[in-house]
Design a protein around this ligand. Structure first.
Ligand code: G3I
Length: 523
């Protein structure tokens, strides 16, 4: 066994907490208060959530026997470093000892719950700013939208009512949250919404909704997260992102031996998109918490299987990843390159979408607000054909799709001379344009379906940008296209791939080309 000196944390990079307009939190456990992990927490985060130490199995393992050694240590660490604490969690179906439900009538169960909640919330009165009072109580597949936990089976909704009532009594100043995962999916979102609406109408003291946001590198789109925040804003409650991470896998079985660097770049762009949403919605969000400060301590290293995963902002050596730069300064991110099949085909370049393009799905590009885009390619002896389809409800005269092929850039606007159907002011008809380069031929189709003009893409910024701050521009997302094709251009009909495949390749995702030269470096 050899001792490896840990790398020092980077002190010359911006602190996350100074770059966002809400509390920037991290989950932590006792070991992370020590050494470089403790230093990283102190530099970047002004909020913390004990990952396990305040759960029922940790605090009341046997009836009436409370243990707070680890909980106190973590809360004291937070207090010493001026961090706010989220208490996680008072009532949950998991990590709750069996004795809690043994021989429990409804009355007995609610008495046990009341003592537990009162003891914890009173102990940390004034030091824990927000509690996840109940965790994961929604099941959208039940007719009433409620999880069939032992809590629910024995006490019905009264366990939720009791937990909130007692928590409020014990510390009237603590903010009380209902916390859940998958709230960005419409059915779960609506089930939670209905529950919160109902409990609020009854007078249950719910102050806020916590969205866990355990996401993956592809799904769900940031726009779904935004739709959720906007939906709950209507209830006039506070909202917090409570457990954010972005798995590099889209399934439960794949496993990389070495994570391809371009996947981390893609993750950086994903974090950028998410933080664009959080900044835009900062008026509704009081904090964003990542579920672990660095990849080495992530729960996703052991769930759903033991595998190399890297879902957070700092790597195993606690160094800033592209994900960190996606949050702090996206201009430092390498362009996101998608790799895709370019099957041999003859395509007519006439401004219409040939049936040929419907044979494969469009490869999606980063979605910004309501604006999304996808593209495909076909190859022939005559050159490379590219179809770019953009959905942008806000029509602007400055809208562009920019291609760079072999160093030559072509920008195609809605009013390009090659446009088959000039776009009306409302953007209700499709617009297509064709471009030709010395070696390749590109086709773009910019489509603007009918719809309410809403927020355009926002510029990367550390402050929440005002709505409609800048007209949409496709220049940035699309410049990656041209750089991809010269270096990764396949022979007609072949697949361009130099990325080492995972042992079991994640499905449904175009893997990016590996030709990007370097990772972002700290300022
Ligand atoms: O403490 C025991 C230790 O004694 C034993 O030797 C070891 C053997 O595996 O297990 C230890 O317990 C582990 C515990 O974390 C503490 O480290 C459990 O196996 C492990 O399952 C448990 O995982 C936690 C998980 O919740 C349990 O559901 C994760 O650390 C924790 O990050 C995770 O957090 C949850 C949130 O509370 C709710 N939302 C989902 C999120 C991720 O699952």
């Amino acid at each position: 066994m050899t001792y490896v000196e840990p790398k020092p944390i980077q002190t010359g990079i911006p602190s996350l907490k100074d770059e966002v307009p809400f509390t920037m939190g991290s989950a932590f456990t006792r070991p992370e208060t020590l050494g470089v992990h403790g230093e990283l927490l102190a530099k970047h985060f002004n909020g913390v959530t004990p990952g396990n130490e305040l759960k029922w199995d940790a605090t009341e393992p046997r009836e009436g026997e409370f243990t707070f050694t680890d909980g106190d240590h973590l809360v004291n660490f937070a207090t010493e470093h001026g961090m706010t604490v989220r208490g996680h969690t008072l009532a949950w179906h998991s990590q709750t000892p069996d004795w809690v439900f043994e021989n429990a009538t409804k009355e007995v169960l609610l008495q046990r719950l009341e003592r537990h909640v009162r003891t914890l919330v009173t102990r940390y009165k004034g030091r824990i700013a927000a509690w996840d009072v109940v965790n994961e109580v929604v099941d959208e597949n039940q007719p009433d939208g409620l999880r069939r936990s032992k809590w629910y089976e024995i006490a019905g909704l009264d366990f939720i009512r009791t937990a909130f009532r007692v928590a409020r009594e014990a510390d009237p100043d603590a903010k009380l949250f209902i916390n859940d995962y998958n709230t960005e999916f419409p059915r779960k979102r609506e089930a939670l919404y209905k529950l919160v609406e109902r409990l609020k109408a009854e007078g249950v003291p719910i102050d806020g909704v916590g969205h866990q946001l355990h996401l993956n590198i592809e799904q769900p789109p940031a726009s779904a997260v935004e739709a959720t925040i906007e939906r709950f804003a209507a209830l006039g409650l506070d909202q917090q992102v409570t457990e954010l991470d972005v798995s590099i896998y889209t399934d439960f079985v794949s496993s990389y031996d070495t994570i391809p660097p371009e996947l981390l770049v893609q993750q950086g762009h994903r974090y950028k998109e998410l933080f664009d949403v959080f900044r835009r919605q900062a008026g509704s969000l009081s904090s964003v918490t990542v579920w672990g400060e660095s990849d080495d301590v992530s729960w996703l290293r052991s769930w759903p299987i033991p595998r190399l995963n890297a879902p957070l902002l700092f790597d195993d050596d606690l160094q800033a990843k592209p994900a960190y730069w996606g949050v702090v300064d996206p201009s430092r991110l390498e362009p996101f390159v998608r790799e895709l099949e370019a099957p041999a085909a003859a395509v007519k370049v006439d401004g219409r979408r040939d049936l040929e393009w419907d044979l494969l799905p469009d490869a999606p590009l980063a979605r910004v607000g309501d604006v999304s885009a996808g593209f495909q390619a076909r190859s022939s002896a005559a050159g490379l054909y590219v179809l770019a389809e953009v959905t942008d409800p806000a029509v602007s005269a400055g809208d562009r799709v920019t291609f760079t092929v072999d160093g030559r850039t072509r920008a195609l606007g809605r009013n390009s001379p090659a446009c088959a159907a000039p776009p009306p002011a409302t953007g209700s008809r499709p617009c297509s344009a064709a471009a030709r380069t010395s070696r390749s031929r590109c086709t773009t189709a910019a489509r603007a379906p009918p719809g309410r003009a809403r927020s355009p893409p926002s510029p990367p910024s550390s402050a929440p940008p005002p709505r409609a701050a800048r007209p949409p521009s496709w220049t940035a997302p699309w410049t990656g296209c041209g750089r991809a094709f010269p270096s990764c251009a396949p022979a007609p009909g072949s697949r361009a791939s130099r990325a080492p495949p995972p042992r079991s390749a994640p499905s449904g995702r175009a893997r990016p080309c590996t030709s990007w030269p370097r990772s972002p470096t700290p300022r």
